[in-house]
Design a protein around this ligand. Structure first.
Ligand code: WTA
Length: 654
């Protein structure tokens, strides 16, 4: 963000206090802040008892004797799936709809808690029959269909950590994740619906698993009915396996610290990191944040988080948070513009959605499509809106509230990460007078600060790096199989504090403004993609000698990927090569990592120590006057690059 953009942000004068009516009925009370401040651990202990069922009561609330390796709710035992499903049935809510699922072609399913219980039990039995036991890893590579939730809960029931891989990732990305976690079973589907077409998933699994040593079985959901290759003995149809399985399953309580799942996310270097989450602390924070940040009343709300289950937002607010709280929610398979640009609003109207949680990139897309697409539908049931995944610009915030929220709903801008497990910084609806563009303050029980280069907290009105200063229940415990990298990535920059990798500002009131990544991680449509990952994909192509990738600001997607490449001697420049390289990145990582623009250059600007000057490349990439040219060996870009290079070492980057 430019300096000017920043100072505009910090002079945001608008305030949106909750209406009296909302405040009077709000789930969160301001006493939460005092309770947490006076006894943080006790506060979390109370949340844990209040929101979660424990088969064995925990002793110590937090063991922080070996930082940064935390243990929360020590000695406690629970079953996450029991908490998300069975206990609601036992409490008499079996007939409540857990999931209103809407398929892209228009088919739909309503799954009650009682039915969900039977399905999860069947799936747990089916996985057991395939040899899955406590501690085994299960990879899940599915479209947005209920079976994704069922498979995750079945794993949780068995204490078998799942590793969900976003269905848009390539077979290569899937393979490396399967390998890293040594998954024993992969749950997938023949395909899914996307933009009005059936797209295949199974071939990617066949390719990935063909070379894997760990996978014994592939469990295949039939979604599209398309033809699939079949490996006898290895592949099993989901319907066959579940059809044979009993609807009863006796769960084993798991230790609070037992791994619930691994979820891979991009890092600045090397392979994606396997973020490791536990059962107890994670579930407590998901349930706590889902209840208070979304002002949840499970008996009357219809909650819709639009994230894909392949991302952490889907894990925490499509599966574990809402289900732990016994909520009714919506799950949608497809894209927002299929078959028309009002599809989301039609869904809101159809199910009477009361709480909507989505990403700024979606909001900006709707802004582009125009208010009329929204106005065609009755959205009067909406009473709260949430945003996540990237900084939300004040204009988008205000538009969201006015056009979607009918000028009456609170908007909660929630900051968190795959690593934090659940929401960390957010307004509390009914309490906070929110400012458009600011995530405001850490939630009760969470401690964050903004520090300068040397780790000193900055005064109000200044910026720096966001750190988390106290452990929290949903924190990642380590990176799968790599404690060293865990220590190095998050705990070495500011010893004793967690380094989030985000830049932030405190405004004059001390409220927090999150400004995006300060490392080499890009944020494209709310998805984290590392520049190094895309660079490695590019240089693995025979035509590429060297590559540098930057995230250039984009009015809709937040950032867009721009690649500068030096071709090998004999390779030809031009559109064909650019297309070939783009496809190559899609193959290697997935379509979400496909560069928006590829610029062929003769050299890359480097510092004296040989580091690529990304900031300069970013300036070049963001210069709108350059247009959409892809071949720039002799154009202004190279002049700019050269100019920058002769500018000396002042631009040496950290
Ligand atoms: C960014 C998604 C500003 C941030 C839950 C963070 C945000 C990264 C916000 C994590 C927000 C997320 N305001 N930036 N409200 N929420 N981010 O792991 O850069 O996919 O580090 O988790 O998204 O992305 P992740």
């Amino acid at each position: 963000m430019s300096a000017e953009g920043l100072s505009n942000l910090l002079h945001e004068e608008r305030r949106f206090p909750p209406s009296e009516e909302f405040a009077a009925g709000a789930v969160a009370q301001s006493t939460l802040y005092d309770d947490a401040a006076s006894d943080r651990r006790g506060f979390w202990g109370r949340q844990a008892r209040d929101l979660v069922h424990w088969d064995t009561e925990f002793g110590e609330i937090l063991d922080w004797s070996d930082p940064p390796f935390a243990k929360w709710f020590v000695g406690g035992r629970l079953n996450v799936a029991y908490n998300c499903v069975d206990r609601h049935v036992e409490a008499g809510h079996g007939e409540r709809v857990a999931i209103h699922w809407e398929g892209e072609p228009g088919d739909s399913r309503a799954i009650t808690y009682a039915e969900l219980q039977r399905l999860v039990c069947r799936a747990a039995n089916a996985l057991t029959d395939l040899g899955v036991t406590t501690g085994d890893r299960v990879a899940i590579y599915l479209p947005m269909i209920p079976e994704a939730v069922i498979a995750m809960l079945a794993c949780a029931r068995l204490g078998a950590p799942h590793s969900v891989v976003f269905g848009g990732f390539s077979s290569e990305a899937l393979r490396s994740r399967i390998e890293d976690a040594q998954a024993k079973v992969v749950v997938t589907a023949d395909g899914g619906y996307r933009r009005g077409k059936a797209s295949a998933l199974k071939p990617a699994v066949d390719e990935a698993v063909g070379r894997s040593t760990s996978v014994e079985h592939v469990l295949v959901v039939r979604r599209t009915g398309q033809d699939v290759e079949w490996t006898n003995g290895r592949d099993v149809w989901w319907d066959d396996a579940l059809g044979k399985a009993s609807t009863e399953h006796a769960y084993e309580p798991q230790d609070a610290e037992a791994t619930l799942y691994i979820l891979y996310t991009s890092g600045t270097t090397g392979n994606p990191k396997g973020i490791q989450h536990t059962s107890g602390g994670y579930l407590v924070q998901c349930a706590y944040t889902h209840k208070y940040v979304f002002d949840l009343r499970p008996e009357r709300d219809v909650f819709w988080c639009t994230a894909d289950v392949g991302w952490v937002t889907g894990h925490s607010y499509l599966v574990y948070g809402p289900l732990a709280n016994g909520a009714t929610q919506v799950m949608y398979e497809g894209t927002p513009d299929t078959p028309h640009r009002g599809r989301w609003w039609e869904i809101c109207q159809k199910y009477g959605v009361t709480i909507l949680y989505t990403a700024p990139t979606a909001i900006r897309t709707f802004m582009k499509w125009g208010e009329d697409e929204v106005a065609r539908f009755d959205l009067s049931t909406l009473r709260l809106l949430g945003s996540v995944g990237e900084p939300i610009n004040p204009e988008a915030w205000v538009w969201y509230r006015r056009v979607v929220g009918g000028d009456r709903t609170p908007v909660v801008d929630t900051w968190w990460q795959t690593e934090t497990g659940a929401i960390m910084i957010s307004p509390l609806p009914g309490i906070t007078a929110a400012k458009p563009g600011s995530a405001m303050t850490p939630l009760p029980g969470i401690c964050a600060d903004v520090v300068d280069d040397s780790g000193e907290p900055v005064p109000n009105g200044s910026g720096g790096f966001l750190v988390l200063t106290q452990p929290w229940p949903g924190m990642l415990r380590t990176l799968w199989g790599d404690d060293e990298r865990f220590l190095d990535t998050y705990w070495s920059r500011f010893p004793g504090r967690y380094f989030a990798g985000d830049g932030a500002k405190k405004d004059d009131d001390g409220d927090l403004w999150l400004l995006g990544r300060v490392d080499d991680v890009m944020n494209v449509s709310g998805h984290r993609i590392s520049t190094t990952e895309v660079e490695s994909a590019l240089v693995s192509h025979p035509k590429v000698a060297e590559a540098a990738v930057v995230g250039a600001s984009d009015p809709t997607t937040g950032q867009g990927i721009v690649a500068f490449v030096i071709l090998r001697g004999s390779a030809e420049e031009g559109e064909d090569t650019a297309r070939e390289l783009r496809d190559h990145v899609t193959q290697a990582i997935g379509a979400i990592a496909k560069p928006r623009q590829i610029m062929v250059v003769a050299e890359l600007p480097k510092t004296r120590s040989g580091k690529i000057m990304r900031r300069l490349l970013q300036d070049v990439a963001e210069n709108r006057e350059l247009g959409d040219v892809t071949t720039l060996t002799d154009s202004t870009v190279m002049d700019l690059i050269r100019e920058g290079m002769s500018g000396g070492s002042a631009a040496d980057e950290a």
